[in-house]
Design a protein around this ligand. Structure first.
Ligand code: SF4
Length: 576
C-alpha cells in the first residue's frame, strides 16, 4: 500500500460484532444500514474531496462493510500494514462509540507515532472526555463542518508545528496537557464544501477497492444517495441531537446554514450522471424560506434531473408548494415523521402540527403524483404510554384505509434506539421532559454497546415507560404494523410471514436473555448460555432485511455507465 496523507476509517458500531453475542433487534430497521451501522457520514466524502483539492492524498476505508462482506477479512492485518501520515475515525453517531474507539486503540498499538483523529457530532459533544480518557485519540475536530480545520491540522502535522491556531480542535500536547482551541469555524455559507459522489467513484478506481468505499453494505443492490441541504435546524424536537438547541450549544451555530440552490442541483446532477437512484434531500427545503425551496425546485426542473427526488417534510405542506414539487420533479417521494398519532404527544416532542394537517398533506401529495409517502412513528417519546404506542398502529389502519389503498403510503414504527441523542433537550434536561438518563458519559455509552441485547443499550427510560416496556411495546407495535400491511395488501403475504416470524423470534430471544441475566451473576455462565442462542439470533437478524426493503422507492436503481465512462475518459486524458 503506497503512503497516504490521511486514511479515514469507518468502524462498525462494535469492533468484534462477528464474534460477540448481541441481539441488535430493530435498532436500524428504518435506515439503510444494518445494525452495526456500516454507513459512513456524508462528511467523509466532502473531507476527502477538500483535502484532494488542496494537494493531499486521502482515502476512505469502510471497515464495517469489509467485515460484513467477508467473514474472514482481517482488520488488524490491514491496520498493521497501513502506511499513512494520519488516520481518522468518525464518531458522528454515538452508536460507533465502541467500534471507533476500539479500532483507534488498535491503530495506536501498531502505529504509536501516527496521529489519530476523531470527528463528528458525538466526538464534538464528548471532546473533553475523549482527550482526557482515550489516549489512542490525539486530535478531536469539533463542530458540524471540519474540512478547513482538518486541512489546517494536516498542514501543521506536515510542517511539524503545534496546532494551537487550528480552529475547532481539541488536542493534547507532548506533556499530555489538554488544549481546547476555540470553536470558531462555523461557516454560514456551505457552497465551498462539495459533496461530490464522483469522488467516491474516483477512490474506487484509484485504490481498486469497491467495498472499502461503499457507503453501506447493500449500496450496489440499491444505490440510495443523499445530499445535505443545510447544517443545523430551525426546530427543536425534544429528543433530537440535530436540533437548533443542540447545534447552538455544542456546535456554536446560531442559525442553520444552507447550500445554495445552484450548488444543490449541481451535486444532484453529478449523482444523476453516476447513478439511476433516488436522491434524498436531507432537511426540509422550506427551512431556507419559500423562495429558497422554490429556487431548488426550479433548478431541478431546468436541469431535467430524472432521478426520483425524496423530500423530507418537517411539517405539513400547503397545496401550492405541492403543485410546484409535482411540476419540478419527474418523480418524487416524501417522508414525514409525526412520531406519534397523538397530537398531544407530538406537541411534547416539539412538533406543532396536527394529524389532520398531516393527512391533508398526504392526500395532496398523492393527488399530485407522489410515488411513495413514508410516515415514521417512534416508541420512547415524551408523554407516550405503551397503549399510546400501539394506538399509533391503529391510527395507521385508519390512515391506510382512507388514503393508502393503492399501496403508496407506508407507515413504519421503530424504537428510539440505541440512544437518546446527547445534546438533545431531553438528554440535557431529562426531568423537564419526563426522561431518566441511564448513561451519561462516553465511557458508559461505550460499555452499553457490549451488552447482549438492544434493550440494554437504551440510555433512557421515561416517566411513562421503563426500558422493558419500551422494548415490549416496540415488538408488539411492529408485529401489529406488519400484520396490518399484510391485511391491506401493502406487504406480500410471504414477506410479511418472514417479518413476523423474525420479530416473534427476536422477542422470545430477548426474554431468554432476560432469563439468563436473572438466573446467574457469573459472566462465564451467561456467555456460555448466550452462545447457545447465537444461531437463533442470526435467524432473527436476517428477517429484518425483508422489512427494510419497504424503505426503497418504486422502480429500479443502479449504476449509470455514462458517469463512469466520463470519469475514465477524463482520467485517460490526464494520464496522457
Ligand atoms: S427531528 Fe426535529 S429538530 Fe431534529 S432535524 Fe428533524 S426537524 Fe430538526
Amino acid at each position: 500500500m503506497s503512503r497516504l496523507d490521511l486514511v479515514l476509517f469507518h468502524a462498525p458500531s462494535v469492533y468484534d460484532f462477528r464474534e460477540r453475542f448481541a441481539m441488535y433487534g430493530p435498532i436500524s430497521d428504518v435506515i439503510p444500514s444494518t445494525p452495526i451501522f456500516e454507513m459512513y457520514p456524508l462528511g467523509f466524502v466532502s473531507m476527502v474531496g477538500y483535502l484532494e483539492q488542496h494537494g493531499y492524498h486521502a482515502r476512505i476505508i469502510n471497515l464495517a462493510v469489509k467485515m460484513l462482506r467477508d467473514p474472514r477479512f482481517d482488520v488488524e492485518k490491514l491496520i498493521a500494514r497501513l502506511d499513512a501520515e494520519a488516520i481518522g475515525f468518525d464518531l458522528h453517531w454515538l452508536a460507533h462509540a465502541a467500534g471507533s474507539l476500539d479500532l483507534a486503540e488498535m491503530v495506536k498499538k501498531h502505529h504509536p507515532d501516527t496521529p489519530v483523529l476523531l470527528g463528528g457530532l458525538s466526538a464534538t459533544y464528548y471532546h473533553e472526555e475523549i482527550a482526557e480518557h482515550f489516549p489512542q485519540v490525539d486530535y478531536i475536530l469539533r463542530g458540524d463542518s471540519t474540512e478547513k480545520p482538518l486541512l489546517a491540522l494536516m498542514e501543521c502535522l506536515e510542517a511539524g508545528r503545534t496546532p494551537e491556531k487550528v480552529e475547532n480542535l481539541t488536542w493534547r500536547d507532548p506533556d499530555g496537557r489538554k488544549h481546547v482551541n476555540p470553536l470558531s469555524y462555523v461557516p454560514g455559507d456551505l457552497d465551498e464544501l462539495s459533496l461530490d459522489y464522483g469522488e467516491v467513484v474516483k477512490l474506487v478506481v484509484r485504490h481498486r477497492d469497491l467495498e472499502g468505499n461503499l457507503p453501506f453494505e447493500s449500496f450496489m443492490d440499491y444505490p440510495f444517495t443523499a445530499l445535505l441541504t443545510c447544517k443545523g435546524c430551525m426546530y427543536n424536537c425534544t429528543t433530537c441531537g440535530g436540533s437548533n438547541f443542540a447545534f447552538r450549544h455544542f456546535c456554536n451555530r446560531e442559525r442553520p446554514a444552507f447550500k445554495s440552490p445552484e450548488k444543490i442541483v449541481e451535486e444532484m446532477k453529478i449523482i444523476s450522471d453516476y447513478f439511476k437512484a433516488p436522491i434524498f434531500l436531507l432537511g426540509d427545503l422550506r427551512q431556507g424560506g419559500q423562495r429558497y425551496a422554490e429556487a431548488i425546485l426550479d433548478n431541478i426542473r431546468r436541469e431535467s434531473i430524472d432521478n426520483t427526488v425524496t423530500l423530507e417534510l418537517f411539517n405539513p405542506v400547503p397545496e401550492g408548494y405541492m403543485e410546484k414539487i409535482a411540476r419540478s420533479c419527474e418523480s418524487f417521494t416524501m417522508e414525514i415523521s409525526p412520531e406519534s398519532h397523538d397530537d398531544h404527544v407530538r406537541r411534547l416532542q416539539g412538533k406543532a402540527y396536527t394529524a389532520r394537517e398531516m393527512e391533508e398533506t398526504i392526500r395532496s401529495a398523492l393527488e399530485h403524483g407522489c410515488e411513495k409517502f413514508d410516515v415514521f412513528f417512534m416508541v420512547g417519546l415524551p408523554g407516550q404510554t405503551p397503549e399510546s404506542a400501539l394506538d399509533s398502529v391503529e391510527y395507521s389502519r385508519r390512515l391506510l384505509e382512507r388514503l393508502g389503498r393503492d399501496g403508496r403510503v407506508f407507515p413504519f414504527i421503530a424504537p428510539m434506539a440505541p440512544f437518546l441523542d446527547p445534546g438533545s433537550l431531553a438528554f440535557e434536561h431529562p426531568r423537564r421532559h419526563g426522561y431518566v438518563r441511564l448513561y451519561t458519559t462516553l465511557r458508559e455509552h461505550k460499555e452499553a454497546l457490549y451488552q447482549p441485547c438492544w434493550k440494554l443499550f437504551l440510555n433512557y427510560r421515561t416517566r411513562w415507560m421503563t426500558r422493558d416496556e419500551i422494548a415490549e411495546a416496540t415488538y408488539e407495535a411492529m408485529i401489529r404494523m406488519n400484520a396490518l400491511k399484510r391485511e391491506l395488501g401493502i406487504t406480500e403475504a410471504e414477506k410479511a410471514e418472514r417479518v413476523e416470524a423474525g420479530l416473534t423470534l427476536a422477542r422470545e430471544i430477548m426474554h431468554k436473555i432476560d432469563g439468563i441475566i436473572a438466573s446467574t451473576d457469573s459472566e462465564a455462565e451467561r456467555l456460555q448460555r448466550y452462545r447457545e442462542l447465537k444461531a437463533e439470533v442470526e435467524r432473527a437478524n436476517r428477517s429484518t432485511v425483508y422489512a427494510k426493503r419497504e424503505l426503497r422507492t418504486p422502480g429500479g436503481a443502479g449504476i449509470r455507465l455514462k458517469g463512469v465512462l466520463k470519469y475514465l475518459l477524463r482520467r485517460a486524458k490526464l494520464i496522457r
